[in-house]
Design a binder for this molecule. Structure first.
Ligand SMILES: CC(C)(COP(=O)(O)OP(=O)(O)OC[C@H]1O[C@@H](n2cnc3c(N)ncnc32)[C@H](O)[C@@H]1OP(=O)(O)O)[C@@H](O)C(=O)NCCC(=O)NCCS
Length: 325
């Protein structure tokens, strides 16, 4: 008895910001951002917008496509580090926004690996027989945590949410396995202090630097490539699946150069890797489910295809899920 993703959905804030627009605000260029990261534009939160609303929109799309009523859900698991509150969790707010009550709802905090972690947790609880239908969401708004004067981080992040509906079923299809890893020794490669302060790009008040996201980009770059290669090999090995049989990798969209380096090390051609980092930037836990939704929409994923999701993020955390679609 396993768990299968039966539908996906995504949503973003309204405001689209191109590299050219950022170049008018800070000392950067479209050329630098495009060539160093692959990013051309991103969607960012404006004041008055709520990430919970955006996650609810992605969730409703996935539910509608699945033909599952919200009232049929048994639990909600959200990969996020962007709750407006220290507590309650983002998942509790989303549960209420979806008009639900009493079903368990909880967050998994693993930064950019949040969705891969949440999917693994969801799959395990379904295998244990606890739940029949689950909503798994990745939602983040890291643009509200950057210092817009720090060009080394401000150009990288975007906001959004992706959602999947999972059902428990006796089938060869579904999640074949997941592997999760973390290394707190590297905590200071990417972090933000939790002071509950959030500011949107259009806010008057500017965030002071020590409250903003701090990142050691080049060091993180090398570890991201190594760890995503390693976890991808291991999750495939454990399921006895040769890498050549993978139809599509849907990786965390942090940087096109990281994605390409991982694919090259795994010996997989560009046709086997889905990328949309050019249009979204790094949306943290939302990046994998947004990419998955677009890959499904673009018909890059077919029934029975072997699909791999992988990610690396603050923590450090990293992980991969192997899915027979
Ligand atoms: C952040 C990242 C894009 C920087 O790329 P890089 O090639 O390593 O660039 P560096 O940080 O070495 O900077 C190179 C130069 O560009 C400059 N630079 C940095 N950001 C810039 C920007 N937005 N515009 C223009 N120049 C910029 C730097 O100041 C540096 O200048 P210097 O050589 O005069 O000191 C890259 O390291 C990266 O993607 N790291 C991983 C980040 C990540 O994935 N984070 C999330 C993980 S989930």
């Amino acid at each position: 008895m396993g768990s299968r993703i039966v539908a996906t959905g995504r949503a973003t804030p309204r405001t689209r910001v191109t590299n050219h627009e950022l170049a008018r605000r800070m000392d950067t260029t479209d050329e630098w951002v495009r060539t160093r990261t692959g990013i051309e534009q991103r969607y960012v939160m404006s004041s008055g917008e709520s990430l919970v609303d955006i996650a609810a929109e992605a969730s409703r799309t996935a539910l509608q496509r699945a033909g599952v009523a919200a009232s049929q859900l048994d639990a909600i698991v959200v990969g996020t580090v962007s709750s407006d509150f220290g507590f309650p969790s983002f998942a509790c707010q989303l549960q209420h926004r979806l008009g639900l009550d009493t079903i368990p709802a909880f967050d998994v905090a693993a930064a950019c690996s949040g969705f891969v972690y949440a999917l693994s947790v969801a799959d395990s609880t379904m295998r244990a027989g606890d739940y029949e239908r689950l909503l798994v969401v990745g939602a983040d708004a890291l643009s509200t945590m950057v210092d817009w004067n720090d060009r080394s981080t401000a150009v990288l992040f975007g906001d959004g949410a992706g959602a999947v509906v999972m059902v428990r079923e006796p089938s060869d299809r579904g999640v074949l396995g997941s592997l999760l890893r973390s290394s707190g020794a590297y905590w200071d490669l990417l972090y933000v202090r939790n002071r509950g302060v959030r500011t949107t790009i259009d806010a008057e008040a500017r965030r002071v630097n020590e409250d903003a996201i701090r990142m050691k980009g080049p060091e993180l770059f090398k570890i991201a490539v190594r760890s995503m290669e390693d976890i991808s090999r291991k999750v495939a090995e454990r399921a006895a699946v040769p890498l050549e049989e993978i139809a599509l990798i849907v990786p965390h969209q942090a940087n096109l150069r990281i994605i390409n380096a991982v694919a090259e090390r795994l010996g997989l051609g560009a046709d086997k890797v889905f990328t949309n980092v050019n249009r979204y930037g790094n949306t943290s836990a939302a990046s994998v489910p947004i990419a998955l939704d677009e890959a499904v929409e673009a018909r890059r994923i077919h029934d029975n295809d072997l699909i791999m999701l992988n990610a690396c993020g603050g923590g450090l955390t990293w992980g991969a899920n192997l899915i027979r679609w």
